[in-house]
Write a protein that binds this ligand. Structure first.
Ligand code: NCD
Length: 314
C-alpha cells in the first residue's frame, strides 16, 4: 500500500485514501468472524510503543488491532529497558527479533519514528502514531473519514483550523491530507507565534488574523489544543499569555452565528475545556468530537489491514 511503513500522509495518494475510507465502512458492516478472517492480522504480533501520554490514539489502535485478531503487546516506557539506558533503536530491534512485526510508535521527538523505520527496513512495519510536532497520519485519516460522513462533499468543504498550528502534528498531517483530497477552502487562524514559519506547510491555506473574519460560511471548525509541553522544544522559551489567547482565540457560542448554520466542531482531543473551546460547545449539537473518536477505530482497522496485506489496496 504505502510502501511498508505509514509515517506521513505524503506517502498516500488520493485513491488510497478513498479506498481506506471504503474499507473502514466495510469494517463497520462486517461481523467479528468475517473481520478476523479477511484481515490477515489474525495472530500477528502488534506492538504499541507509546513514549508519550496518549488516551485516544493508543486505545483506538488497541481496539482496532484486537478486532482484527492481532496479539497486542503493550510496551510501557516506565517499565522498559530504555530506563536502563538502552537506545530506542535497540529496543525496537529486540522486539522485531521476538516476532513483533507491526509496531505502532509515538514519541515526543520529531523524526524519530522515521529513523526507526529506516533502521528496521523491511523486517517490520512501523506506523507513526505521532512524532513530536511532526506528523500524525492516522489522526488525519480518521478526521477525513469523519468529515466524509458529516459533510456533503469534501471538494466543496470550507474548513477553519484554529489554534496552535505550530506544534500540532495533527494539523501538519491534516492540512496536507485536505489538500490531497481536493479541499480548496482551508482557513487558518492562530496567534502569530503559534503559526507555522515554513510557508510550504501552509500551502493551500489562507491565513486570517482574526477569528471573526475567518468564520463566515465555514462548514467545519477544527480546534487545536495549546500544546504547551512542546513550546520550549520548538521555539525556545515562548512567553505566552494564555488569558490573551482565551480572549482572542477561544471558540465561544457567540462565534457560531458567524459560521454556517450547520457548522460542525471538531477537535482531536485532549480538550482543555475553557481554554481553546468554551465548555458549552464541547457537548453542543454542533460538536462531532466523539464521532471522530468512534470513527477512528474502523479507520485504524482499515489502515492496519492495508499495511498487513498490501494487495488489499490496488
Ligand atoms: C493529539 C496528539 O497527541 O497529537 N491528540 C491525539 O492524538 N488524538 C493532539 C494533542 O495532543 O493536542
Amino acid at each position: 500500500m504505502i510502501g511498508q511503513h505509514l509515517l506521513s500522509v505524503d506517502q498516500l495518494t488520493k485513491q488510497q485514501v478513498v479506498t481506506l475510507m471504503d474499507n473502514a465502512d466495510t469494517m463497520r458492516e462486517l461481523d467479528h468472524k468475517h473481520i478476523i478472517a479477511s484481515s490477515g492480522l489474525a495472530h500477528t504480533n502488534l506492538g504499541l510503543l507509546f513514549f508519550e501520554h496518549s488516551t485516544r490514539t493508543r486505545i483506538s489502535f488497541e481496539i482496532a488491532a484486537r478486532r482484527l485478531g492481532a496479539n497486542v503487546i503493550l510496551l510501557q516506557e516506565a517499565m522498559s529497558s530504555t530506563q536502563k539506558g538502552e537506545s530506542l533503536t535497540d529496543t525496537v530491534c529486540n522486539l522485531v527479533a521476538m516476532g513483533i512485526n507491526l509496531l505502532v510508535i509515538r514519541h515526543m521527538q520529531q523524526g524519530i519514528v522515521q529513523q526507526l523505520a529506516e533502521q528496521v527496513g523491511r523486517k517490520a512495519c512501523i506506523v507513526n502514531a505521532g512524532d513530536g510536532a511532526g506528523e500524525h497520519p492516522t489522526q488525519a485519516l480518521q478526521d477525513i473519514y469523519t468529515l466524509s460522513h458529516c459533510v456533503n462533499s469534501l471538494q466543496s468543504l470550507r474548513i477553519l483550523i484554529l489554534g496552535d498550528i505550530l506544534h500540532s502534528r495533527v494539523a501538519h498531517s491534516l492540512i496536507k491530507l485536505l489538500v490531497l483530497m481536493g479541499v480548496t477552502d482551508i482557513r487558518i487562524v492562530a496567534p502569530k507565534n503559534l503559526l507555522l514559519s515554513d510557508e510550504k506547510q501552509l500551502k493551500g491555506t489562507v491565513v486570517h488574523d482574526r477569528l471573526t473574519e475567518a468564520l463566515p460560511g465555514v462548514d467545519v471548525i477544527y480546534i487545536l489544543r495549546l500544546q504547551q509541553e512542546r513550546f520550549s522544544d520548538q521555539v525556545g522559551t515562548v512567553i505566552f499569555d494564555q488569558s490573551s489567547y482565551i480572549k482572542n482565540y477561544r471558540l465561544n457560542p457567540s462565534h457560531l452565528s458567524l459560521a454556517g448554520n450547520q457548522v460542525h466542531i471538531m477537535h482531536p482531543g485532549p480538550v482543555n475545556q475553557g481554554v481553546e473551546i468554551s465548555h458549552q460547545l464541547v457537548d453542543s449539537d454542533q460538536s462531532i468530537i466523539l464521532k471522530q473518536v468512534s470513527l477512528g477505530i474502523p479507520m485504524r482497522m482499515a489502515i492496519l489491514t492495508a499495511l498487513s496485506s498490501p494487495n488489499m489496496i490496488a
